[in-house]
Design a protein. Structure first.
Length: 238
């Protein structure tokens, strides 16, 4: 028995325009919200797998490192806020430092004509993330620290820092960047992706996404000296 194709209930129907009541689909964006990224290298050669993630010696080491980098981040964010004249938008936040005339300080009587300058309150940091790596065999411990503070006009202030621990135990800053949501086209937000070995040399580079207002690009940074140097950058992705 012959049947017409028009009798197939699953046959798609083509029509001009958008059907009434059809669910609208959100347009694609160059920087989707809640974007999760992973990195991979395609290599024709087969080599020994090298894991660059560094295990923490203890929970105390992780806490001490985050505390030290957080203190450095607070100073950089505070300087950025002052230089860009960002304003508090959280009514519960403390006001900036004020100069109070004639107030006793540490039980010392201050003459009325003198002024006491109070230190500004520390900048609160949110979404702190700390990752540790060993970028080469026997290389210095390398840490990538990121955080933000949402309390200021123009949107969150973002800070990204890369530091290495020297044999003496002190931290050496290799790279840092501070920006805020209103100035991403001037200074992009350095969003850390992962450590990757792009040329199979068992020497890892750090991959960042440089996110602007509506565009982004990716860049590799290698710690050849005390400072992180950019070795590769993609074109701008709309």
């Amino acid at each position: 028995m012959n049947s017409s194709l028009n009798d197939d209930p699953n046959r798609p129907v083509m029509r001009r325009g958008k059907p009434v009541g059809e669910v609208t689909v959100a347009p694609l964006s160059g920087v989707p919200a809640e974007l999760h990224q992973a990195v991979a290298v395609s290599d024709a050669a087969t080599g020994e797998e090298h894991v660059f993630i560094r295990n923490w010696e203890s929970m105390a080491e992780h806490a001490d490192t985050q505390l030290a980098l957080g203190a450095l981040a607070q100073k950089q964010v505070q300087s950025y806020i002052a230089a860009n004249k960002l304003l508090l938008t959280d009514p519960t936040a403390q006001p900036p430092a004020k100069t109070v005339p004639g107030r006793p300080h540490n039980n010392v009587r201050v003459p009325p004509q003198s002024k006491v300058t109070m230190s500004p309150p520390p900048v609160p940091l949110a979404d702190e993330e700390l990752k540790g790596y060993e970028l080469t065999y026997g290389g210095l411990p390398t840490f990538v620290y990121t955080a933000e503070t949402p309390l200021f006009s123009g949107g969150p202030v973002y800070v990204t820092m890369v530091a290495q621990r020297l044999p003496a135990g002190n931290l050496q800053m290799a790279f840092s960047s501070v920006t805020d949501a209103a100035h991403l086209d001037r200074t992009p937000w350095f969003r850390f992706v992962d450590a990757v070995d792009p040329d199979g040399s068992h020497r890892a580079s750090l991959l960042f996404e440089l996110r602007a207002q509506s565009t982004r690009q990716f860049a590799l940074y290698r710690l050849i000296t005390a400072n992180a140097e950019q070795t590769f950058a993609t074109g701008i992705i709309e």
